[in-house]
Design a protein around this ligand. Sequence first.
Ligand SMILES: C[S@@+](CC[C@H](N)C(=O)[O-])C[C@H]1O[C@@H](n2cnc3c(N)ncnc32)[C@H](O)[C@@H]1O
Length: 449
Amino acid sequence: MNTLRNDSASDNDETRAQPGTVDTASDSDRAAVIRNALTDKLRASGMITSPVVERAFRTVPRHLFVAEGTPLEVAYNADDSVAIKRDTDGVIISSTSAPFIQARMIEQAGLGPGMSVLEIGSGGYNAALLAEVVGPHGRVISVDIDPEVTDRARDLLEATGYGGRVTVVQVDAEGRIPGLDQPVDAILVTVGAWDLAPAWLEQLSADGTIVVPLRMNGVTRSIGLRREGGHLVSTSAEVCGFVPMQGSGAHDERVFLLSDQQGRHVKLRFDGDAPQDLSPLDGVLATEGTDLVAERKSWFPFGVVRGDSFAYLSVRPALDGAGVEFGARAYGAHAHAPAAALVEQIQAWDRHARGGGEPTFAYWPTGAARPQFGEHTAVLAKTHGLVTISWPPTADAAAGQGVLETERPSWPVARGSWPAWRSAAASVLSRGENGRKRTQRGMTGRFTR
Ligand SMILES: C[S@@+](CC[C@H](N)C(=O)[O-])C[C@H]1O[C@@H](n2cnc3c(N)ncnc32)[C@H](O)[C@@H]1O
């Protein structure tokens, strides 16, 4: 059996993955065993909570939808997406999403028999799950901007018996979907979005749910939103990662590379609100190397830029072996300034948000009536509206003491000052064995104060 190529594969074989994977009786039996084990795991982890979603996961043969030759153990790994297509630089632009987030998003959508659902971003497998969930009286429309993806999805759905239960349409989903004449009960956006397209809200029924992986300051969360008057309010949220939106709704990040003396690079990515001029940072790593490349991976490589200096959030195991510590690692002639700004954020999180309730996310389309947002609400400007993040007011926790411990790192988000804070994701570019560029992200833990 072939194995999947890794990220540094030098050609695009995955883009030529064809439907029609051979499924012998013994493969099929083994797949059923592994599929049930995956479903048990998703239930145990709370990603599956309803019997209808559980039944769908036990039923749909995921291994027949992923790239041909994918080992069953990879196809049915809860946390693994499987690449379907890469661009000319080898970057994945289409994949079969990881089971954990597929399960979670379908649960977030609150779907049940007889309901209608629009899936934005096709592949076939998730649409088949949706078809199982909404049943024979429901409706599933799955759309993708890429004709190769829609052709492949259509063929796979046909081959696995779901052809008559899913309508696949090739279109840029930023606009209205041709043929979708009635608003749907749910929209599942299965591609990373920076904003909500107005057309999505127009096509969603008044009491419908939209589930969207929304990027906010570099972190993507799958957020379930329902209408409350003229705006939408979150009912659930889950941190995740998705390939980015293409087409007219694509949102480019601004990226700056800082070189160190060993020829390695720290990449600063700005989601929005990038400084006009980053030239003061030129040479900031020239005398000091960075060992970011050797440091632990993190979902949250946030940073701060101040003039000619920058700092990034660092996480390291606590010295006494209990939990982890958060801190700032800073570079530049005035490194104390970004370090202090970052530490202030960590301490604000410790005082106000840590251990408190989960924040509520809301989306305010342009033109919707808005209240005066209070001090417990952060406001992020998007193209077609605003996102707000509100924390429940809690009694302040004990003041930050420099070393923060937690069993699993969770992102310290400070209220109030966050939107004004210029954040950047820091990562290191290194060379893969065959010379192709690979991106690694890492964090370290050296406190600067
Ligand atoms: C993660 S994949 C979808 C996975 C799929 N739902 C599954 O079965 O797991 C994301 C897809 O979104 C598609 N996409 C990107 N931008 C799009 C757009 N503007 N409109 C429609 N589809 C888009 C990509 O072509 C890609 O195939």
